[in-house]
Unconditional design. Structure first.
Lengths: 377, 417, 445
């Protein structure tokens, strides 16, 4: 048995995928049960319609929506959490790195559309190219931002680099808008129509009235993020670079004494985090079909909340936090109106994340899975 | 701040002031926003001074397409219709301001506008949320403004002499949309969604009231600021299978929503408001607009083709600006026309340059033959009868936006105060 | 070259020169603004005066006299001549007060608050709800204004609500502070950001179940306090009429009135801030800012002190919020965005964390930049765009310049650059805090 668990195939493929599966299913199950329970409790209070029936009707769809957006949050949250782990600093401009990735990806597809290649090439090749380009641009942008705006401030009081990061975030938003406006005349970028991503995979499950509908792009989104999470897990836990990253995160001076090039490792951390953010941006664009330079702000904040929820600095925590937050958001936005009979509704979706953040910070500041972070935070 | 630098700077400034004082007081480059030259009159009358007419609309940002149309329509009108005032000896100029679709900017600009005593009349705004606070400034300064696009009832129901509009109102537009949904589409249930702006929420509320009166079931009434991912709203929407989804908002949000809702399996009809009247909607939503129950919107500003006398305008506009007029360009043209005619009437009555109060009075007294209709105002500044259109979208891309057809148009009376 | 300038500077800042230069600039600036009421450069010249007054070696009493002359007499009179300047100086005063409040939280206690504008919203909505007809509209549809709605309170209650706004905002500060005090710097920043967003979303959405805020429609009209009685206004009016060239209207008097109110709040803010800085509380804040752990070890009551900082900072914003609501007679949630919070933060950072003259300078500079320089630059560009002018060497016609290149629209870009550049090159701000300056000057002498 021991031999089996140390088998790299198990350690780097089976185990992480299993972990993701457990998290996703577990979180969905817990929340679903909780909601149904609530519906039973308040059933008698609602006279106009059957609360339980109404809740169950859209439950599968709500779970799928929540998981889809949850995986996006997880992927962005990894960028926050990695940088926090190494530098103990909130990279506020990460949400803009995410946005840039998405816009670059869409622009590439728009370019293919322009040349006509969009309809002739294999759709998955196009997506793969867009994601790759998004990763490269976002990753290098993240490294550049670090060099320009954070590196000169290393060793300054904590608030100084944070304020610089906020400035960078604002700068990037408007800079992207300026570039887009100057080149195309407007700053909305629209995903061209192509391929079969909008279609649905319909799965009739016995015992459930409405068949489950999985949109192909949601499946693609989840698939790619899972792939990246597994890859990241291998990179951090299975390679020399990963070891160096963990060493720097644990104790920077000692790591430096051990011959690790700390600056290099910090740049690599930003590169990886940025690339993940960029990929998430492209996938998010596929889902949203329209992006603008300000689209990163809320997903970024929520991803940060997810990172804190899971325990900042902890990669598994970021994954779990993202999934939980995505599900919570989906549930609250879809059901709040039903449960309060229209008094409150989906418009409170965005502040729900903050409520979660404040609660977590009060009740368990180190997050769900964070232990090592206690002394750092 | 470096002391040395500062001292140096002040010495320099001082020196330049002394120099400037010796020479003639040259106009400073960034002084007043003066853009369009008045048309040169053939004879040279005695110069009576300068009259400026302000425009305020979003010239940049997400809604600039419509805001620029207002400004350019007004600009064209000044060029073509300013001759009378020029013949009287006035140098008539346009002072365009950019309100950025933001109330605070609108109010700051309004103060800037009322501070310029040469401005006698104004055209604007695009957004009711900007018009309402800004018009408080116009009201206190007695400066008349003519709105080419604001449909929120509050704009005129405050009863200010200085505030007029040449389009219809939301409390008529929304019931007209509801009437279409109820009678023509035969809708039994409706899902109402708005964009959490003064404009969108206003229309949505009027629609809800009308729908409830007719016995249409309002499945849900949602406001959202979301612009990218509408999943959480769409899940309950699709499950409740309403006949009609009424979206009160602006095209750049609605387009994405329509697309995602259609993808998620909504088969009914989308109904929109005049904020959808932009060719960009078709690019955003694609064939979501024509599949299923299709999409239609109400508007207070029909396409230029809806106005028989506007053909020449479309030609001139296209020749000058290189693109066909977007919605509200002809309204901008008419608003400017009313301004010019009223200033002329007031000037003739006063026997010289009129005051702002005289212009404001003249506007209320005028009967003006415009492109869009014969314009005359009631006692609160509304048109006694305004035009409303229902337009069915046939376009699936920007280029085919012209194929949309007017399926109904009404002349409905203003509800008054 | 360098020696020439330093010689020039030395000469300019010794003997009678400082007072001569300052007065000269003041007079020249006043005259040029008076002559060209719509000229930006004339106004900027005049606005250079307070800086000179601050920096030049002039007798303290003379400094105060010149400063008061400028702020209390010259600016309002010129403002009545061109009402737009009243808006500029009012906004400068409002943001200076906000920046002073934020400075207490960030500059003195070292707590980064990214949702500061929330307290401003609390103040504004306090008076907006009670000073308008909103109370009789609680059960009507937002946007509808049924006949018969009455103002709930007489406008005289404004004065009471000025204090209530201060109190409520302070309370909100304490409520926010209680749960988040255990957090350190960066977490606190994000939580306050969230809090700011929560307040805005509440203002936007509390039109149901009961219509408290009128949602996105905003609340209007809001009452203003009555002007001083006519026997005071009449002589001022007749005195000003020949100077400004027209009979000052009530609307203009209202603008001046609110400007002076804002000035009073600033005076109080400065007084409180300076008194606090050298008090036990101020020293405790400094200790917390420099090293929290050490501060606890020294027996500083951490929770109490942090709460005090939050409450003190918030109260200024609350007071300004009430003023703002009455001045605008309109409030809507759009005013209280995250951008606004960052705007105030930018003012504090630009001027100098913890430095009172610094943040006032920062607020003035950012306001002028925002509503005058960028706007004028935009208009100038649009003027060029419509002309036939061509840039000579590269043969670029201005006509072809994109419509989107519009500086006024790129506030975020400007704020972002200011924040990053200041943090990297001059984290203590353009006019660093007194304490540091004191050290520097002592070193030199």
């Amino acid at each position: 048995m021991k031999q089996f668990t140390s088998n790299p195939f198990y350690k780097f493929i089976i185990f992480p995928i299993g972990q993701i599966l457990v998290f996703a299913l577990g979180a969905s199950l817990v929340l679903s049960l909780f909601t149904v329970l609530l519906a039973y409790i308040f059933r008698s209070a609602m006279t106009e319609f059957d609360l339980v029936e109404r809740v169950l009707l859209i439950l599968p769809q709500v779970v799928i929506n929540g998981l889809t957006i949850g995986f996006v949050y997880s992927t962005i949250a990894l960028g926050y959490t990695m940088v926090y782990g190494v530098l103990e600093f909130i990279n506020f401009s990460h949400s803009e790195i995410f946005m840039v990735g998405g816009i670059v990806g869409v622009e590439l597809m728009a370019y293919f559309d322009h040349t006509g290649a969009l309809q002739t090439m294999n759709q998955y090749v196009i997506i793969a190219l867009a994601i790759l380009l998004g990763m490269v641009i976002s990753g290098s942008l993240a490294v550049t931002v670090e060099r320009v705006a954070y590196k000169p401030l290393r060793g300054a009081p904590r608030l100084v680099p944070l304020i610089s990061a906020i400035g960078m975030s604002f700068f990037l938003q408007d800079a992207v808008r300026l570039i887009l406006s100057l080149t195309t005349g407007e700053f909305n970028v629209i995903l061209p129509n192509f391929g079969t991503f909008d279609e649905f995979l319909i799965l009739a499950v016995p015992g459930i009235a409405t068949p489950l509908r999985f949109q192909i792009k949601s499946i693609l989104l989840v698939g790619v993020t899972v792939l990246m999470l597994v890859g990241l897990n291998y990179l951090v836990n299975g390679t020399k670079i990963g070891k160096a990253i963990r060493a720097v995160a644990q104790d920077r001076p000692s790591a430096s004494l051990m011959g690790i090039n700390v600056n290099m490792i910090i740049s690599i951390t930003f590169l990886i985090g940025g690339a993940l953010g960029g990929a998430a941006g492209v996938l998010f664009a596929l889902k949203a079909t329209k992006l603008d330079p300000f689209v990163g702000f809320f997903p970024g904040l929520k991803a940060f909340t997810a990172a804190v929820l899971g325990g900042i600095g902890n990669l598994t925590g970021a994954l779990l936090g993202g999934l939980i937050l995505g599900l919570l958001e989906s549930f609250s936005a879809s059901y709040l109106s039903t449960f309060t009979n229209g008094a409150f509704g989906a418009e409170y979706k965005d502040i729900f994340a903050f409520a979660v953040l404040i609660l977590v910070l009060i009740l368990r500041p180190s997050g769900l899975l964070g232990q090592t972070v206690g002394q750092k935070a | 701040m470096n002391k040395r630098l500062l001292a140096l700077l002040s010495v320099l400034v001082l020196a330049s002031m002394v120099l400037a004082a010796c020479g003639t007081p040259a106009p400073v480059a960034t002084e007043a926003p003066v853009v369009t030259e008045a048309p040169v009159a053939t004879e040279a009358p005695v110069s009576m001074g300068t009259i400026k007419i302000a425009t305020q609309s979003p010239l940049s940002g997400g809604q600039s397409l419509l805001g620029v149309a207002i400004k350019q329509g007004a600009e064209l009108a000044l060029e073509q219709l300013g001759g009378d005032l020029a013949a009287m000896g006035y140098d008539v100029q346009l002072a365009p301001y950019d309100d950025q679709a933001t109330p605070d900017v609108g109010v700051a600009n309004a103060k800037n506008i009322v501070a310029d005593s040469e401005i006698l009349c104004g055209v604007g705004h695009l957004n009711s949320g900007v018009m309402i606070p800004s018009s408080e400034e116009y009201h206190t300064a007695g400066l008349a403004f003519i709105s080419p696009a604001n449909t929120n009832p509050v704009v005129t129901t405050r009863g200010y002499l200085e505030v007029n509009r040449i389009v219809g109102r939301d409390d008529v537009q929304a019931p007209a949309a509801e009437e279409y949904a109820f009678s023509t589409l035969g809708a039994k249930s409706v899902f109402i969604i708005h964009d959490k702006t003064a404009y969108g929420q206003g229309v949505a509320e009027f629609f809800r009231v009308a729908a409830e009166e007719d016995g249409i079931t309002v499945v849900d009434f949602v406001g959202t600021e979301e612009t990218a991912n509408f999943d959480a709203i769409i899940a309950p929407l699709v499950a409740s299978t309403p006949d009609v989804v009424f979206f009160a908002g602006i095209y750049n949000q609605a387009g994405v929503f329509f697309k995602q809702a259609r993808e998620a399996g909504f088969e009914g009809t989308f109904l929109g408001t005049d904020g959808m009247d932009s060719s960009d909607l078709a690019d955003l939503a694609g064939d979501a607009l024509t599949t299923g129950g299709g999409m239609a919107y109400t508007t207070v500003a029909g396409p230029a083709s809806a106005y028989p006398s506007a053909a020449q305008f479309v030609e001139d506009y296209t020749a000058k600006y290189g693109a066909a007029p977007e919605a509200y360009a002809s309204q901008g043209y008419d608003a400017m026309g009313v301004c010019l005619a009223s200033i002329k009437a007031a000037a003739e009555a006063a026997g010289g340059t009129p005051t702002r109060a005289q212009v404001a009075e003249a506007i209320r007294a005028i009967s003006y033959e415009g492109l869009t209709s014969t314009i005359a105002f009631d006692d609160i500044g509304d048109l006694p009868f305004a035009k409303y259109f229902i337009i069915k979208v046939n376009a699936t891309s920007k280029d085919t936006w012209g194929t949309n057809e007017i399926i109904a148009s009404f002349d409905l009376p203003s509800p008054g105060k | 070259m360098k020696t020439f300038f330093s010689e020039l500077f030395k000469k300019a800042n010794s003997g009678f020169w400082p007072i001569f230069i300052t007065l000269g600039l003041l007079i020249a600036g006043t005259i040029s603004v008076y002559q060209n009421p719509r000229s930006l450069s004339a106004f900027l010249t005049l606005m250079l005066c307070p800086l000179l007054v601050y920096f030049m070696k002039i007798n303290m009493k003379v400094k105060v006299f010149i400063g008061l002359l400028l702020i209390v007499v010259i600016l309002p009179v010129l403002g009545i001549r061109n009402i737009f300047y009243l808006e500029v100086i009012f906004q400068m005063a409002v943001f200076a007060a906000l920046a002073l409040g934020l400075n207490i939280v960030i500059g003195m206690a070292g707590l980064l608050d990214l949702g500061y504008v929330a307290f401003y919203a609390v103040g504004a909505y306090t008076w907006a709800i009670f000073g308008s007809k909103q109370l009789s509209l609680l059960h009507s549809i937002p946007g509808a204004a049924p006949a018969g709605a009455e103002f709930a309170l007489s406008p005289n209650y404004f004065w009471l609500f000025l204090f209530l706004g201060v109190g409520l905002a302070a309370l909100a500060g304490i409520l926010l502070g209680l749960p988040v005090l255990r957090l350190r710097g960066d977490y606190l920043a994000i939580v306050t950001l969230g809090f700011g967003e929560v307040i805005r979303v509440l203002a936007l959405n509390l039109d149901k179940p009961i219509n408290l805020t009128n949602g996105p429609q905003g609340i209007t009209p809001i009452q203003r306090p009555p002007l001083p009685p006519e026997f005071i206004l009449a002589p001022i009016r007749s005195l000003l009429t020949p100077i400004v060239g027209h009979v000052p209207t009530d609307a203009e008097f209202y603008n001046v009135f609110f400007y002076f109110l804002a000035l009073i709040v600033i005076m109080i803010a400065i007084l409180v801030a300076t008194r606090l800085e050298d008090s036990r509380i101020g020293r405790a804040w400094t200790a917390i800012r420099e090293d929290e752990t050490a501060a606890i070890a020294m027996g500083i009551p951490l929770v109490k002190m942090k709460l005090a900082a939050f409450a003190a900072g918030a109260s200024f914003a609350g007071g300004m919020g009430v003023l703002y609501a009455a001045n605008r007679t309109f409030v809507s949630p759009e005013t209280f965005s995250f951008l606004q919070s960052i705007g105030v933060l930018t003012m504090v950072i630009l001027g100098g964390l913890g430095s009172i003259p610094g943040v006032i300078f920062g607020a003035s500079a950012v306001v002028i930049l925002n509503i005058q320089v960028l706007q004028n630059f935009s208009l100038y560009l649009s003027e060029l765009r419509q002309s036939d002018a061509v840039i000579p060497i590269i043969n670029f016609a201005w006509k072809d310049l994109s419509n989107q290149l519009d500086p006024a629209k790129y506030q975020k870009l400007v704020f972002g650059i200011i924040l990053v550049v200041m943090m990297i090159f001059r984290p203590s701000g353009l006019i660093p805090a007194e304490r540091r300056k004191r050290e520097l000057v002592e070193d030199k002498e």
